[in-house]
Design a protein around this ligand. Structure first.
Ligand code: PLP
Length: 438
């Protein structure tokens, strides 16, 4: 028995095979910059910015200090009929980063809560405009929108929905945009935009006037980085406009510089009506999420409220937690002062060179990437997901943390990484994925 390891009986790890984990624990004890260290002091490079959330790297003193200050000044405020200055300040700063007009912010504590909140806000908006018949939601195959009821209903990954039918609502799915001829495409594929026609088909099948919203990850992250084909998001936007459907971009992964701009909406120059965000909102260090809503959508809901009732019967004890807001403000200061989004954009070329340099390895069957987000599709093993699981454990042993979903690795280092860090991560990937017997 390893004396440095804790007793592991009681904490039930999420999205984990707990039996396997106890046999081969992967435990972090410390983090700084783009590195973790195990309890034994072994260095593990962070190839996924934690879970794509620590954009400015680990151990940022500015954020720790801001959190400490806030805790000692005003540690908690209820936000039902009460508020604190810090949340208004944070919302205003976020509004300055968002696309023009999508600047009313509703706060939650996780990406999943942001998605559920967006679902309810959309329904409230349609009701306020006398369109309560819009109750159907559209998502896509392979989509990941978190694991609460909204996200489970919208889920396009079978394992995330298979056992939970009893708690899901009516969502219909378009196809994902990946096609065979896109293999090894760097950036946006030339083909596949016609898959947006699936939305037109669903409008014809169900009646466009019954559809409340379409949820889209501009780059489908969790499935392994599916980059939108050229023209695809534009077509989706046009169809939503034609049928009066709300377009929601779920930017929980793509927000805060991952694609090169603050939000993918700006990078791809397609403006949705609602944007969900979490993860790098606070550099990942305090749980927090937000839904950004178009001004006129919020105005419609507020104007429709009767008397002095709340206009939206929805919210969380920890919505806009002052400590999370303080962490978020400090994170935004770092992003601005270090021009982090520009830095990520500048690093992307080297990063994608490294990724696409893995092309001929025996375990690699596809590569996809945009900005500082890449997917490495592995040659399948005995059962779906088995190769991904083995690969991520072998990489960990070799000193690299990378998130695996099924047989895809999601490579997305912090935007503060240096080219030498990327090179070292690339060396480890090449070594492990170069093993034909993996
Ligand atoms: C696009 C997207 N939406 C929602 C979520 C859920 O976020 P959380 O795990 O914070 O609930 C994620 C998490 O990875 C995500 O990638």
């Amino acid at each position: 028995m390893n004396a440095l390891l804790p007793k592991m009986d009681h904490h039930w790890l999420p999205f984990t095979n707990n039996r396997l984990f106890r046999q081969e624990p992967q435990i972090f004890a410390r983090a700084e910059g783009v590195r973790y260290w195990t309890p034994e002091g072994r260095e593990i490079l962070d190839g996924s910015a934690g879970l794509f959330c620590c954009a400015a790297g680990h151990g940022r003193r500015e954020i720790a200090d801001a959190v400490h200050r806030q805790l000692m000044t005003l540690d908690y405020t209820p936000h039902f009929q009460r508020a604190a200055n810090v949340s208004f300040e944070f919302a205003e700063r976020l509004a300055g980063l968002l696309p023009e007009g999508i600047d009313r912010l509703f706060f939650g504590n996780s990406g999943s809560e942001a998605v559920d909140s967006a679902v309810k806000i959309v329904l409230a908006y349609h009701k306020a405009r006398g369109q309560s018949q819009r109750t159907r939601f559209v998502s896509r195959n392979w989509a990941y929108h978190g694991v609460n009821m909204g996200g489970t209903s919208l889920a396009g990954m079978v394992n995330n929905r298979r056992d939970f039918g009893a708690v899901t609502f009516d969502a219909v799915h378009m196809r994902h945009t990946w096609t065979e001829e896109q293999r090894f495409t760097r950036g946006q594929p030339d083909t596949g935009a016609d898959r947006a026609d699936d939305l037109e088909d669903l409008c014809r099948l169900y009646g466009g006037e019954t559809i409340a919203a379409v949820f889209i990850e501009p780059i489908a992250g969790s499935i392994g980085t599916i980059v939108p084909p050229k023209g695809y998001l534009e077509k989706i936007r046009a169809i939503c406009d034609r049928y009066g459907i709300v377009l929601v971009f779920d930017e929980v992964i793509t927000g805060f510089g991952r694609t090169g701009a603050a939000f993918a909406a700006q990078e791809f120059a397609v403006t949705p009506d609602v944007i969900t965000m979490a993860k790098a909102l606070t550099n990942g260090v305090i749980p927090m999420s937000a839904v950004a809503v178009k001004r006129e959508m919020q105005a419609a809901v507020i104007d429709a409220a009767e008397g002095d009732r709340p206009e939206l019967f929805h919210g969380y004890t920890y919505s806009a937690h002052p400590v999370a807001c303080a962490a978020g403000l400090a994170a935004l200061d770092i992003y601005r002062d270090e021009d982090l989004f520009g830095r990520g954009k500048a690093l992307s070329g080297h990063f994608l060179d490294t990724v696409f340099g893995l092309r001929n390895l025996p375990q690699v069957v596809d590569l996809r990437g945009y900005g500082m987000l890449a997917g490495i599709q592995l040659k399948p093993g005995a059962t779906p997901g088995a190769k991904g699981s083995i690969a991520q454990r072998r990489l960990f042993d070799a000193g690299l943390h990378v998130k695996a979903t099924g047989d895809a690795l999601i490579f997305a280092p912090a935007l503060v990484a240096g080219t030498d860090d990327i090179d070292r991560m690339g060396d480890i990937l090449r070594r492990i994925l170069g093993d034909a017997d993996l």
